[in-house]
Design a protein. Structure first.
Lengths: 497, 320
């Protein structure tokens, strides 16, 4: 108990609060800018934390992570170019709302649900990290395979107008996830001699090209072909905009409450399982809300609930990601993996002993996380006004800036020009996918799940090839397979009606 | 924009360097900052070794040493970048020996070989072990082999690198038991599979220390060449007669063709930079043991490691 109070006391020192605030600000900032994102900022900031105390350093990095998850939604809503890959699902309803002049309302909903989801998963982390981590540990190769197969059914909810095209896009994503060294033989597959592809196609430059750059190409094309007047000067603060379009009323928030809770659970669950990630959580939350809704067709046309579903889910991943890290020493995501480095540099090895050896530090970090959530809300609220000004600039100013940032961002990921080439290739692919109405949401899901699916599936085959009947004793896996069959049956039935 | 933290850091570093005694005669190498490419992601064992070493190198050389991440492929991406840099001493690379000795044999299309570099020094080695869950009935490699033989068990081993596949092969060859080699992405995932009871054992370069300290796992054997400082009772595979050792040694290299004086200066600076205090810090924080070799010995070591794995790679390719 003394340690808990001492730890929280450490977190409340002015210098720590300042570091957290700086982290949250950087996070929102890089998150908001297409091409830059939180894992990159964390990777770059880790060496700087050499010079800070362990608590300040880690609190600073966690601040960046938390700010980044909300920040990504800003550009997604205002510019239809997700600032970070996990905000893709936020753009589905966010951008239509912004076009209706309700950008500020959409941003606020994103902020509220993001902070709510994040806080929810932090509370889960503070209270039941250890038991939850043990449950996650029980998820072996067959269980993971079944969960991933079940996750693939969300494709149905995101395929857009044509299920066939959605499936083709997902299959293409899955196919591209096989590029890189074969996990078993370590021989390169489809790398065409580029060592840069040994670890697979990097997700971040791919996402920047597919989501941000291709959207810019489309918008420029519309502008050049004069399909669209430059409507870049919607003033979301102007007196002409009715108050209700600028704020989220209590009733509107409560109307989305069930969705927010559902998404928070989904995000927390995904976060606690190492290796799936916030991108998938956002899509899953969105698809689940759509499935549960009485008016699923309203999703995608500018429904507040869609934003709430996506943001609560993708933000709930951040806290829960620390569950396997702190309880078992196993990182759940890229950001968590980089955080391990920050811990190690300060001589703290995150793992089963951390609560015993460094209780004060752990509770200090928990304290800092609460502060980060509060600051995320405060800085976010002010930041909204600042970022919403962006849409007042004409697109002829914004677009070139975004393009430059995309290029800088892609380069910064690996300090290599190769990433820029990847980004450009996927920008072109994204352009044609948009033109031909192939869903890039399902493409990204196929890509994001493909690699894990392949590994889990091959592990299962290796472990059970001699005695496949043993798989029948894995009831969690069987449960998910049954759930998948049920979902597919429902989707098919709805399709034929 | 993303460069800002770097700028801030370099500014710090430059400021630090300027307060040093002015040992820098102008016309002499180095006249400008040195870039150190790091072949692994931030915060890992190689990265930490590189960055801490860079800080000390700055004091020795009187110029900033700026770390730039070139992570990926177990050091391959860094090596294939380094080979294209100018051999003037201003670009050096922190990587690991497997990228030079094992990778080109696994994938002959790789564009570089050991002798395409001027290797400057070997620096640190991880303290590895083959580990099982604490509640496993085996307390030694012998127990494990006996159990597998007596009960006709096929054991499962989680493998994140080719080194583990070769290790499993070495045991299979000597003892006639069989392994299911379960591929995993990274050492942490291997530990996860063992802790969860999905796989019998795994090999770990560094993540196992904290599990052993926490009493969740126990080590059976190490593939280090010698017994490790922190674990004097843990036997090596060599001692047990398996004829197998592989130490993925962390090392500093430069592109081939450095001027002799530049190479000498860098090599001696690295040796001096690897102070006893730094070694202690690396052992305490990262469980990394210092294993210094000068340029000549480093080259010999790499060739020896290359030749050692050649027959094993051939065996492995037969299996596939």
């Amino acid at each position: 108990m003394d340690q808990i109070i001492a730890g929280i006391g450490d977190a409340l020192t002015l210098i720590n609060i300042l570091y957290v605030a700086l982290g949250v600000f950087i996070g929102i900032f890089v998150g908001a800018i297409p091409g830059l994102n939180a894992p990159m900022a964390i990777a770059i900031a880790v060496p700087i934390t050499f010079y800070m105390s362990p608590l300040a350093g880690i609190a600073f990095l966690i601040g960046i992570n938390k700010g980044g998850t909300f920040g990504g939604s800003i550009a997604a809503i205002l510019l239809n170019t997700p600032g970070s890959p996990e905000a893709t699902s936020t753009a589905f309803d966010g951008y239509p709302l912004a076009r209706q002049g309700k950008g500020l309302k959409a941003l606020k909903m994103a902020l509220y649900s993001s902070v709510f989801g994040d806080t929810f998963s932090d509370i889960v982390l503070f209270t039941v990290a250890a038991p939850l981590a043990l449950v996650a540990l029980k998820m072996g190769p067959p269980e993971m395979t079944a969960i991933l197969i079940f996750s693939l059914t969300i494709i149905a909810g995101l395929a857009g107008k044509s299920m066939i095209r959605g499936l083709i896009a997902a299959a293409l994503g899955g196919f591209l996830s096989t590029v890189g060294l074969d996990i078993e033989t370590a021989e390169p597959r489809l790398t065409f001699g580029f060592v840069e592809l040994d670890d697979g196609i990097p997700l971040l430059p791919m996402a920047i090209g597919l989501l941000a750059l291709s959207e810019i190409i489309i918008q420029i094309e519309n502008h050049v072909l004069a399909k669209e007047r430059d409507t870049g000067s919607i003033d979301v603060f102007s007196r002409d905009v009715p108050r209700e379009n600028k704020a989220v009323s209590g009733r509107e928030f409560m109307g989305c409450f069930r969705t927010i809770i559902r998404s928070s659970f989904i995000g927390t669950g995904i976060g606690a399982l190492p290796g799936i990630g916030a991108v998938v959580a956002g899509f899953l939350g969105y698809a689940a809300a759509r499935r549960a809704s009485k008016n699923p067709d309203e999703f995608g046309t500018g429904k507040l609930e869609g934003i709430a579903a996506a943001e609560a889910a993708n933000s709930a991943v951040t806290g829960a990601n620390l569950i396997p890290l702190l309880a078992l020493g196993i990182p759940g995501s890229l950001s968590a993996a980089i955080l391990i480095g920050a811990f190690l540099i300060h001589g703290v090895d995150p793992g089963p002993l951390i609560f015993k050896e460094y209780p004060r530090l752990v509770y200090g970090i928990f304290g800092a996380m609460v502060i980060a959530n509060i600051l995320n809300f405060v800085i976010g609220s002010f930041g909204l006004r600042f970022f919403a000004l962006l849409v007042r600039f004409p697109k002829s100013v914004i677009h070139p800036i975004i393009v430059v940032l995309c290029i800088a961002g892609a380069f910064a990921i690996g300090n290599t020009v190769f990433s820029i080439s990847i980004m450009v290739v996927f920008a072109v692919l994204g352009y044609f996918m948009r033109k031909l109405d192939f869903s890039f949401a399902t493409f990204i899901i196929g890509f994001a799940l493909g690699e894990n699916f392949e590994i889990s599936f091959r592990q299962t085959v290796i472990l059970f090839a001699e005695n496949p009947a043993e798989l029948l004793t894995h009831w969690i896996a069987l449960g998910f397979i049954l759930l998948t069959l049920f979902s597919v049956w429902r989707i098919l039935r709805r399709g034929t009606n | 924009m993303m460069k800002k933290p770097f700028l801030a850091l370099s500014a710090l570093v430059i400021a630090g360097a300027m307060t040093l005694p002015a040992s820098m005669a102008l016309a002499e190498f180095p006249e400008k900052p040195i870039t150190m490419l790091i072949g692994f992601r931030p915060g890992g064992a190689v990265d930490t070794t590189g960055r801490l070493l860079a800080a000390n190198l700055e004091k020795e050389l009187g110029q900033p040493v700026i770390a730039v991440q070139k992570a990926g492929g177990g050091g391959k991406i860094m090596a294939s970048t380094l080979i294209n840099a100018d051999p003037d001493g201003y670009t050096i690379g922190m990587g690991a020996s497997a990228a030079y000795t094992l990778a080109p044999q696994l994938d002959p299309k790789i564009s570089y070989r050991i002798d395409d570099f001027d290797h400057l020094a070997t620096v640190t080695i991880p303290q590895d072990a083959l580990v099982v869950r604490k509640d496993s009935p085996w307390n030694s490699l012998e127990d494990m082999v006996k159990d597998a033989k007596a009960n006709g068990k096929t054991l499962s081993i989680a493998s994140q690198v080719a080194v583990v596949n070769m290790l499993a092969l070495a045991i299979e060859k000597k003892d006639g038991i069989k392994f299911k080699v379960v591929p995993v992405k990274g050492g942490a995932r291997g530990i996860q599979q063992v802790l969860g009871g999905h796989v019998d054992l795994t090999w770990s370069g560094s993540g196992w220390h904290k599990q052993v300290a926490a009493g969740t796992m126990k080590p059976l054997v190490t593939i280090s060449a010698k017994r490790m400082p922190g674990y004097p009772d843990l036997p090596t595979m060599l001692e047990l007669g398996y004829g197998y050792t592989f130490v993925d040694t962390f090392m500093l290299s430069a592109p081939k063709g450095l001027p002799a004086d530049v190479k000498a200066k860098l090599a001696s600076a690295v040796k001096k930079a690897l102070t006893p205090e730094l070694s202690e810090q690396l052992l305490g924080k990262m469980k990394l043991a210092t294993d210094y070799r000068n340029p000549e010995d480093t080259l010999k070591f790499l060739h020896a490691q290359y030749d050692l794995v050649t027959p094993m790679v051939a065996d492995m390719k037969k299996m596939n």
